[in-house]
Structures are given as C-alpha cells and as structure tokens.
Design a protein around this ligand. Sequence first.
Ligand code: 5GP
Length: 129
Amino acid sequence: MTLFPLRSHTPVENTLADTVFDRILRHEIPAKIVYEDDDVLAFRDISPQAKTHVLVIPKKRAANLTELQSWDSRDVGIFFQKVALVAEKIGVSEHGYRTVLNTGREGGQTVDYIHAHILGGEPLSGHFS
Ligand code: 5GP
C-alpha cells in the first residue's frame, strides 16, 4: 500500500466560510483589479510587501493548498498557469518575481481563500521571512 500516492484525490471538506476574498470576487468590496478572466481574479495586495504585490485567486473556491488535493489536476494546472500569466501581464516576468502560497495558521495564512502572492518589481531579499 502506498502511503502517499502521487495522484491522491482524497476528498477534503471545503470550509465554505465567507472571506474578504469571496466578497472581492463578487465585487461587493473594492479592490485594485489587475486581471480577470473565467478562471482567476488578480488584484493588488492592500498591504504591499514589495514594489509590486498582487494576489491571484481562482474563481473555483478552495480554502488553501490542502483543499486543492480534491481538485481535478487540470484545474490545478490552470490555476498555476494563470498565476504565471498574471505575472507577465503586470510586467514582472522579465526580471523575475517570487510566488508565495501560505497555508494554515503556522504557514502565515490569514485569509482562508487560496491565493498566490506575486511579489516583484524590485530585487527581493534571498529569504522568506
Ligand atoms: P496571507 O497572509 O493569507 O497569505 O495573505 C493575505 C493577504 O491579503 C495579505 O497580504 C493582506 O495584506 C491581504 N489582504 C487582506 N485583506 C485584504 C483586502 O481587503 N483587500 C486586499 N486587496 N488585500 C487584502
């Protein structure tokens, strides 16, 4: 028996808690939106940690990376491809950028709606904290 199968489809309960990002997605509260399509919404972080700091959220809801285990692999792939596309659209791809996915309290996640941080627009220090 494999303890950690490569293609795990373990169902993980979606918390369905309404977060500030659910409300931004529904355009109920304002955000500086930089890109939107059928799959993702990207907007500037309210408290930027780099010259350019954008958050990318999938329109299909998940609380965090743990819940992405129950997604179809194609949808997971689309999300990460769209993160790269947004990085191009906001002009950080050429010189490089950092992507961060915080998961859970000890991982520093404060909003329970999965989001990829894109940080760039300037040289970043070589550590994560
Ligand atoms: P986390 O700590 O969960 O990885 O990241 C959450 C991010 O969301 C933080 O960087 C925080 O500044 C940002 N954030 C929290 N509330 C809002 C909001 O209402 N609008 C925007 N644009 N960003 C927010």
